[in-house]
Write a protein that binds this ligand. Structure first.
Ligand code: SAH
Length: 234
């Protein structure tokens, strides 16, 4: 079973973009996942192919029309399509590694990319769109957010990452930020690699990494320690 992504956008040329390269690009070529970028404008009814209009109640900017978006969504996701319908939105639930894992375990996603001031509230309700945010900042459009979400999902698909273990020890996977990394040379500008890492003592190394991960998490993201982190060392 492969992961099927359908992205609704005013800028289909932005896809696959960065996802056409490296791990995601190879997986796309191999058929591990598929991507269709659908031009929302193709579902506009008038000859100017209008997709937006002025906000009801007044104010700056434009709003994407519910009727046009509904047609595009119904085309991408006909009745019976079990894939979640996501709307990239700064008002959405912040994306987490847990949600990314859930998505990667499913059959795909239909992703609507907003532009302008956003989309008419009625299509969000009528089509059951799940609003997803990639952080507390405002992008000019949902496309970069969709690329971020898909990048995070695709790397978890079976066979995409060479070394499966590295996925499980990553930041957030065990409720902690990851420990620091080192590689050759042994000494860089007077800074040696911490001795324990060249000791060959795997138990000590695991303990050191866990302690570093905890320290880093306490310093930078104490919010992550509110839950019950899984121990890194088995
Ligand atoms: N007026 C809106 C912002 C619109 S930005 C507000 O204040 O909430 C235009 C589009 O970019 C949005 O519709 C959304 O699709 C996308 N976007 C912007 N910031 C985003 C974020 N942090 N996460 C996900 N999508 C975002």
């Amino acid at each position: 079973m492969s992961f099927a992504a359908s992205v609704l956008t005013l800028y289909p040329e932005m896809f696959p973009g960065a996802l056409g390269l490296s791990l995601a690009g190879r997986a796309l070529e191999a058929g591990t996942w598929s991507l269709e970028a659908i031009q929302i404008r193709d579902f506009a009814a008038d000859r100017h192919r209008t997709v937006d209009d002025t906000p009801a109640g007044g104010g700056a900017g434009m709003v994407m029309r519910a009727d046009v978006l509904a047609k595009a969504i119904d085309h991408a996701s006909p009745p019976g399509d079990k894939r979640p319908r996501l709307l990239m939105s700064p008002r959405g639930k912040p994306l987490t590694q847990a949600r990314v894992r859930e998505l990667a375990a499913g059959s795909g996603a239909v992703i609507l990319c907003g532009r302008f001031e956003g989309v008419d509230q009625r299509v969000i309700e009528a089509r059951g769109l799940e609003e997803v945010s990639i952080g507390d900042f405002i992008l000019s459009g949902g496309e970069p957010a969709a690329l971020v979400l898909l990048d995070a999902v695709v790397r978890l698909l079976p066979g995409v990452m060479g070394n499966a273990v590295s996925g499980e020890e990553e930041s957030f996977e065990n409720g902690l930020l990851e420990h620091p990394h080192y590689t050759r040379p042994q000494e860089f500008e007077g800074r040696p690699i911490p001795e324990v890492l060249i000791s060959g003592n795997h138990k000590k190394i695991a303990e050191w990494r866990h302690a570093e991960a905890e320290k880093l998490t306490r310093e930078r993201r104490p919010d992550l320690l509110g839950g019950t982190p899984q121990p890194l060392v088995k």
